[in-house]
Every structure is written in C-alpha cells, then in structure tokens.
Design a protein around this ligand. Structure first.
Ligand SMILES: [Zn+2]
Ligand SMILES: [Zn+2]
Length: 278
C-alpha cells in the first residue's frame, strides 16, 4: 500500500494534509507516520519527508515557498544577484508565520501559491519585481536557453509584467551563451547599439558579438578562460580576427558587473576609431 512518505516525495517533498487526505490518509494515519519518523509535521496541516531540503522546509514552515535569487539557483538558472537572503513567497494575502527569529524577506505577490519551491515562471516575475530589469532579463534568457520554460509560459510571464517592462521579454533570445552575454546585450541595446550574437567568422570561429562591420566583443565567463590552453586558443582567435580586419575587445564578469562605465567607454571609443578609419 502507498505510504504517506511516498506520496509526499512524489509531490516534491512537501504536501498539505488536506491533499494527503484526498488519497485516503486519515489524520490518525498521518499522525502515526509522524510518530514513527517516516514523515515530519512542518506546521499544522503541512508535512514533509526527512530527506526534504531544509530550506524548502523552512519556507513551508513560514506558510510559503522559496522564491527570487535562491529559487533561481535551485532551478539551475543563472543569477546576477548573489543575495543569500531567503525570499519567501506567501501568496497574495497569506499570513506570515516566522517559525523563529529569522532574516527572511516575505513577499505577498498574488498567485496560486505552492509550498516549498515556487515554480520557475512565477519566480521570474518575482525576480523582476524584487531584483529589477537586468536580473530578470538574464534569468529569462538562461531559462529559455535551457528550455526550462515553454513558449506559453513565456507569454504568461510577459502578461504578468507591467506594460512598460514587457519589451524585456520581447528582446529575450534562447541562444544567449551566458548570463554575462545577456547583460551585455541588454545594456548595449539601451545605448542604441545594434549587435549580432553568436556570429560565425571563417578561420576565427563563433564569436559572442559583432558590432558594425569590424568590432568583436567576447565575454569571458568565470569558468573556462583561466587555464593556459583556453588562453592560447583565445589569442589564436584574436590573431585570426585581426588578419581579417577585426578588432577584438574581451570583457570578463568583474568588468561587466562591477566596472560597466569602463566597458561602455571602451566600446564607444573602438566604434569611434573605426568610424574615423572609414
Ligand atoms: Zn522568516
Ligand atoms: Zn525577492
């Protein structure tokens, strides 16, 4: 016979007692399972299994679901915001139940709330409201690249944004190679600079961006440009590009995120040099 713990595991590790009762588990049976340790009572009417992640149990104990930056990381989505604070979605009108003194941020965004972890398309909307345009845009492109939201979910996300923010969804693509690339493209778009992404240049390879005829921009993520062989490959690419008349500018995470004025000035200066050359 199916055990409450199996049903809760199937439901993602957390379930309401009312839901379990729909499957024939009486209050007494649930109480016995709590006693024998196979399930936990998170708060009255809410149950988990011992293997459920502590952060999700904590959110459920608040009467809500983990959302915003930490939820993005749980959904394996690139996140601009390193904020380690837990943001808990408590539904539109829910009451917050802080189980102990804690430093969580509570959100009362409307919507059909699930306990534990908020669904990705909901998290994206929360990220827009809580962390702003750039964090939202980079997260959306990361979700699209990994095919983690469907086109109908994308439409729903768009509809739930304020009218003056919907262009962010229209601008988003599914082929951005990294969060840094998303960020760079959004910022250049705001400067009115048009660029092509993931451009194949014979003898060079695929470059992140080309602006105009002859400017290549490459964004080096944290991961794979530190070791010698990657560095050598990058130098070979730059030399091959130069032979074809291109100028290459490379920016890393620290420059794009923490020193944007320098990046912007370097791009504008390169474009001015090229205009002068022509
Ligand atoms: Zn709290
Ligand atoms: Zn938040």
């Amino acid at each position: 016979m199916l055990q409450p713990s199996q049903l809760i595991t199937h439901a993602g590790g957390i379930a309401r007692g009312t839901r379990l009762q729909e499957f024939g588990f009486s209050r007494r049976m649930l109480s016995n399972s709590v006693k024998d340790g196979s399930i936990l009572r998170v708060r009255p009417g809410v149950f988990a299994v011992p293997s459920t992640d502590a952060e999700l149990i904590d959110a459920a104990a608040h009467g809500g679901a983990v959302t915003c930056a930490r939820a993005l990381r749980r959904h394996s989505i690139w996140t601009l915001n390193d904020d380690a604070t837990v943001h808990v979605w408590l539904g539109g009108t829910g009451r917050v139940h802080h189980p102990r003194s804690c430093s969580c941020v509570g959100h009362f965004f409307a919507g059909r709330m699930s306990l534990g972890l908020a669904p990705l398309e909901v998290v994206l909307v929360h990220v827009y409201h809580c962390h702003g345009d750039e964090a939202f845009f980079a997260a959306l492109e990361s979700a699209l690249r990994q095919r983690k939201i469907t086109s109908s979910a994308r439409t729903r996300v768009r509809a739930r944004l304020p009218v003056n923010a919907r262009w962010l969804v229209d601008l988003a693509r599914s082929d951005a190679d990294s969060g840094l690339e998303s960020l760079l493209r959004l910022r250049l778009h705001l400067l009115g600079i048009r660029l092509d992404c993931q451009v194949v240049i014979p003898t060079v390879g695929t470059v992140d961006f080309v602006i105009g005829e002859h400017l290549i921009l490459e964004t080096d993520g944290k991961e794979n440009h530190d070791d010698e062989s990657h560095r050598h490959k990058d130098l070979v690419r730059d030399a091959a590009a130069s032979l074809l008349g291109y100028e290459t500018l490379r920016f890393d995470y620290a420059l794009v995120v923490y020193d944007w004025p320098m990046v912007e000035a370097a791009i504008i200066a390169a474009l001015a040099r090229m205009a002068w050359r022509v």
